[in-house]
Design a protein around this ligand. Structure first.
Ligand code: AMP
Length: 290
């Protein structure tokens, strides 16, 4: 497994792999890898003979008061996990390689970046879209894998690729969870004491929401009220809990045929996100018509 720090090196490795007849898959990460990341790698290796994992804690997607400095890092462990998972190359550029002096060019996906996390983390998705575009230019992948865990990010990346005619296929990968439902996240490492237990309220709330919708509820208000109660009982401070169109992220008036329930909440000082696409039972969309 190669460990590369320069854009030119990883581009060279990718082009050489393609010249040998391989497809190339890219899994962009910020490191501190867990089985969710490794599921993206597994899927990438199914799609392509040469799988690249990038490990880069991207400064432009962190706000001034966010956790850039203390974001968890363990490069030695990450590279071992990549090696064991059959990754062909790790791309781990220093910040100055990605953002040289005088850097001033950004990618903005306008509408999709505005609601949900975009509203609470100004500039976040501009940083994400910019670094993902740069990684695509560096690696020139045929496929890039993103987790549904970061649902809005996945939609932003899909839109960017369509709008800017990028020659890469985006694959969304379902959220990998602990046995008790907690979505895996590098930030789970911050949870202390009873916070780990309390954080289960997010996945429980998503589950409850789907139960209500399966039982025929299609109005957002009762579903959001139930979600709010579950989060409040666990002492999770809600940042947002919203029902949106799964593709456009526009607000929905009814949960039919589908809507994404997107949650963000603080458990102590740790901000966690989770989501689920809620599906109404067959025929509910028609019944919802006036
Ligand atoms: P991050 O390192 O947090 O930037 O995540 C890198 C990639 O892994 C993103 O595409 C995430 O959506 C994805 N990812 C993170 N957690 C999970 C998870 N629990 N299940 C599936 N994908 C995940």
């Amino acid at each position: 497994m190669e460990i590369l720090e320069r854009v030119e090196e990883v581009r060279g490795a990718s082009r050489a792999a393609k010249a040998r007849g391989n497809k190339v898959a890219l899994v962009p990460t910020m490191g501190y890898l867990h089985p969710g990341h490794l599921e993206l790698v597994r899927r990438g290796r199914e799609l392509a003979g040469f799988c690249v994992v990038s490990i880069f804690v991207n400064p432009t997607q962190f706000g001034p008061s966010e956790d850039l400095e203390k974001y968890p890092r363990d490069f030695a462990r990450d590279t071992e996990l990549c090696r064991a998972a059959g990754v062909a190359a790790v791309f781990a550029p220093p910040a100055a390689e990605m953002y040289p002096d005088g850097f001033q060019t950004y990618v903005t996906v306008e509408g999709l970046s505005q609601p949900l996390c975009g509203a609470r983390r100004p500039g976040h998705f501009r940083g994400v879209a910019t670094v993902v575009a740069k990684l695509f230019h560096a690696v020139e992948p045929d496929f890039a894998l993103f987790g549904e865990k970061d649902y809005q990010q996945l939609q932003v990346v899909r839109r960017m690729v369509r709008d800017l005619d990028m020659a890469v296929r985006i694959e969304g990968v379902p959220t990998v969870r602990e046995a008790d439902g907690l979505a895996l996240s590098s930030r789970n490492a911050y949870l202390q004491g009873d916070e780990r237990q309390r954080s289960l309220a997010l996945s429980r709330a998503l589950e409850r929401a789907q139960e209500l919708v399966s039982a025929g509820e299609s109005r957002p208000e009762p579903v959001l009220a139930a979600v709010g109660r579950i989060l409040a009982e666990a002492g999770v401070r809600v940042d947002y809990a919203e029902l949106r169109d799964p593709t456009t992220l526009a607000p929905v008036a009814r949960i039919a045929p589908r809507a994404v329930l997107a949650l963000a909440g603080f458990v102590g000082k740790t901000r966690l996100i989770d989501n689920r696409v809620l599906s109404a039972p067959e025929g509910a969309a028609r019944r919802a018509e006036p």
